[in-house]
Design a protein around this ligand. Structure first.
Ligand SMILES: C[S@@+](CC[C@H](N)C(=O)[O-])C[C@H]1O[C@@H](n2cnc3c(N)ncnc32)[C@H](O)[C@@H]1O
Length: 215
C-alpha cells in the first residue's frame, strides 16, 4: 500500500465568511463566466439539456469520463450531465456521449450556484474530489464546502441524493460534518466501470470512504 503522507495533515479550510451568495470565490473563469456573450451558447446548451424531461444525474469531476459514459449507456432513461474543469478531458469525452449525456467544461460550484434549476437533480456523484494539498488553493477551490452543500440542496429533487467517495480520511470527516443535518441514504446504482481513482485505490489496497446523503 502506498499512502500519501499529506493525508495525515489535511485540514478543511475555514468557511469563507466573505463568500457572497451570488459569487463563488476562486471559480474557474469567475462565477459570472456564463453571463458573458461568448459563453452564452454553452449555457443555453446546458439549459436545453437539463430542461428536457427525465431524471437528471450529475457527475462532478469525471476526468477521463469512462464511468460517466458507462452510466449513460447503461441507464438510458437518465440524463447524465458531466462537469469537469479540465478542458482536454471534456473535449476527449464529448464525441462519445450518447444523446442522454452532456459534458461541460464548467466549475461545478458555478453551475450549482446560479445555473442549475431548483429541485431538478436526482443524483450528484462526486468521486474523489480534489483535496488541494496546497492550502492556499484549498482555501479557494475546495468543492465540498457549506456553500456548495447549500447550493446542491436547492437543486435536488425530492428524494435526490449526493454520493461522495474519497481516499483522504480527513476530507471524509469534513464531508460527514457538512452533511450532519442531511439523512444517510442508500448509494445510487453504480455501473461496473470504475473511475480512475477507484481503480488506483483498488489496485493499491488504499482505504476508501463513501457516503450518500439526502437533505
Ligand atoms: C482527483 S480527480 C478525480 C477524478 C475522478 N472522479 C476519479 O474518481 O478518478 C478530481 C477531478 O475533479 C475535477 N474538478 C476539480 N474541481 C472541480 C470543480 N469545481 N468542478 C468540476 N470539476 C472539478 C478535476 O479536474 C479532476 O478531474
Amino acid at each position: 500500500m502506498v499512502e500519501d503522507p499529506r493525508k495525515q495533515t489535511w485540514r478543511a479550510p475555514q468557511p469563507a465568511e466573505t463568500e457572497a451568495r451570488t459569487g463563488v470565490r476562486g471559480a474557474l473563469g469567475g462565477s459570472r463566466l456564463f453571463d458573458q456573450p461568448q459563453y452564452r451558447a454553452e449555457a443555453e446548451a446546458f439549459r436545453a439539456f437539463v430542461d428536457a424531461p427525465g431524471p437528471l444525474a450529475v457527475e462532478v469531476g469525471f476526468d477521463h469520463g469512462m464511468r460517466l459514459l458507462d452510466l449513460a449507456r447503461t441507464q438510458p432513461e437518465v440524463r447524465w450531465l458531466g462537469l469537469e474543469v479540465r478542458e482536454a478531458r471534456v473535449l476527449d469525452v464529448a464525441p462519445h456521449c450518447p444523446p442522454n449525456c452532456h459534458v461541460w467544461r464548467a466549475d461545478a460550484r458555478t453551475v450549482f450556484r446560479g445555473l442549475m434549476p431548483a429541485a431538478r437533480v436526482s443524483r450528484v456523484d462526486v468521486l474523489f474530489p480534489t483535496p488541494w494539498w496546497d492550502e492556499r488553493k484549498r482555501d479557494k477551490r475546495l468543492l465540498l464546502t457549506p456553500a456548495f452543500v447549500a447550493d446542491v440542496a436547492r437543486t435536488l429533487a425530492p428524494g435526490g441524493v449526493l454520493h461522495v467517495a474519497t481516499d483522504v480520511g480527513a476530507y471524509f470527516e469534513h464531508v460527514s460534518e457538512l452533511f450532519a443535518t442531511w439523512h444517510p441514504a442508500p448509494p445510487p446504482p453504480m455501473g461496473t466501470v470504475l473511475s480512475r481513482r477507484e481503480r488506483v485505490c483498488a489496485r493499491d489496497g488504499l482505504p476508501v470512504w463513501r457516503g450518500t446523503w439526502t437533505p
